[in-house]
Design a protein around this ligand. Structure first.
Ligand SMILES: Nc1nc2c(ncn2[C@@H]2O[C@H](COP(=O)(O)OP(=O)(O)OP(=O)(O)O)[C@@H](O)[C@H]2O)c(=O)[nH]1
Ligand SMILES: [Mg+2]
Length: 261
C-alpha cells in the first residue's frame, strides 16, 4: 500500500495467482475491456503463442471517488503459472496487499489448484507474510467446461473457510467483476483497519468501492455482485488498528491443509 497524502491518492497492489492456464491473464483482459476510459491504464502482457505468461501481466486501474477528490490506484498483476516460473511468482507477490487465487474448475485440475495454493502460502511466508492475514479471494473458473467440480461441492468448501469464493467463465467475462471487486473490498477493509485510511482521507470506503464498480461499468450494484459468492466473508483480517489478532481456528484449518483448490 502506498499513501500519497498530499495528492490524496492510495495505491494498492493486487495479484492474481493460480496454476498454469487457469485464466489469470484472461481475467485481466476482461477487466480491461470492461473498464471505462478514465479508469483503465495500458494492459501489459508478455506471452508466448500458447497463452503462457512468461513474466507477468500488469493492468493499472485508477478509480476516482465521487467528486473526484480521492484517487484509488490499483496495480493488478498476474503471475506466470507454469512450474518453471517459481522465482518470478515469488518476486511478483512481494508487497501484495491482496491476492485472488484463480483455480481451474475441472476435476482433472484439482491437484494443480491445491499445489498452487501451497505454492502461494509458501511464497507469502518466504516474503514474511502469513496467508491467514492476507486478503484472499478464490475464483473457480472455466464453469463452461464438462467434468467440473459441482456448485454444491464448491459451496461446501466455501462454507468451511473465510475467503469469498466465486465461480467464473472468464473468457466470457462472467464472474470477473465479482472476483475483482470482492478482492478490492476485502483488501480495502483490511488496509483501512490497519492504517485508518478512510479516516485520514475522510473518505467512505464503501462509497469508494461502489465508485470503482461504476467505473468498471458494473451492470448491478456492488452489494448484489458481492452476494453472488458461494461462501466466505468480507470482514477485515486484522483486529483494531495495528493490533493483529490471532486468526480464527476455522481459517487456519482448511487453509493449512491446502484443500482450497
Ligand atoms: N473454456 C474456457 N476457457 C478459458 C476460460 N478462461 C480462460 N480460458 C482459456 O484458457 C487458456 C489459458 O488462459 P490464460 O488466461 O492465458 O491462463 P493463465 O492463467 O494466464 O496461464 P499462465 O499465464 O500460463 O499462468 C486460454 O486459451 C483461455 O482462452 C473459461 O472460462 N472457459
Ligand atoms: Mg497468464
Amino acid at each position: 500500500m502506498q499513501l500519497d497524502f498530499a495528492a490524496r491518492e492510495v495505491t494498492l497492489k493486487l495479484v492474481y495467482y493460480g496454476p498454469a492456464l487457469s485464466g489469470k491473464t484472461t481475467n485481466l483482459i476482461a477487466l480491461h475491456e470492461r473498464a471505462g476510459k478514465e479508469a483503465r491504464g495500458r494492459l501489459m502482457t508478455l506471452e508466448t503463442k500458447n497463452d503462457r505468461t512468461l513474466f507477468f501481466d500488469l493492468l493499472p486501474l485508477t478509480f476516482r471517488s465521487q467528486g473526484g477528490d480521492v484517487r484509488l490506484r490499483i496495480k493488478l498483476f498476474t503471475v506466470p503459472g507454469q512450474p518453471i516460473h517459481a522465482s518470478t511468482r515469488k518476486l511478483v507477490l512481494q508487497g501484495a496487499d491482496g491476492v485472488a487465487l484463480i483455480a481451474d474448475s475441472r476435476l482433472s485440475e484439482t491437484e494443480h489448484n491445491a499445489a498452487s495454493f501451497i505454492d502461494l502460502r509458501d511464497n507469502l511466508k518466504a516474503n514474511g507474510t502469513d496467508i491467514a492475514k492476507t486478503p484472499l479471494v478464490i475464483q473457480f473458473n472455466k464453469r463452461d467446461l464438462p467434468e467440473i467440480r459441482s456448485d454444491d461441492e464448491l459451496r461446501k468448501m466455501a462454507s468451511r473457510g473465510k475467503e469469498p469464493v466465486f465461480t467464473a467463465i472468464a473468457k466470457d467475462g462472467v464472474g470477473v467483476l465479482e472476483t475483482f471487486l470482492a478482492l478490492l473490498q476485502l483488501t480495502w477493509s483490511t488496509v483501512d483497519e490497519v492504517h485508518g485510511l478512510g479516516q485520514k482521507l475522510r473518505v467512505d470506503g464503501a462509497g469508494l468501492i461502489a465508485d470503482a464498480a461504476r467505473q468498471l461499468n458494473a451492470p448491478s450494484g456492488i452489494s448484489e455482485l458481492l452476494e453472488r459468492r458461494l461462501g466466505g466473508s468480507f470482514e477485515a483480517l486484522v483486529g483494531p488498528r495495528g493490533s493483529v489478532s490471532p486468526p480464527a481456528a476455522s481459517t487456519t484449518g482448511p487453509r493449512t491443509q491446502g484443500g482450497r483448490g
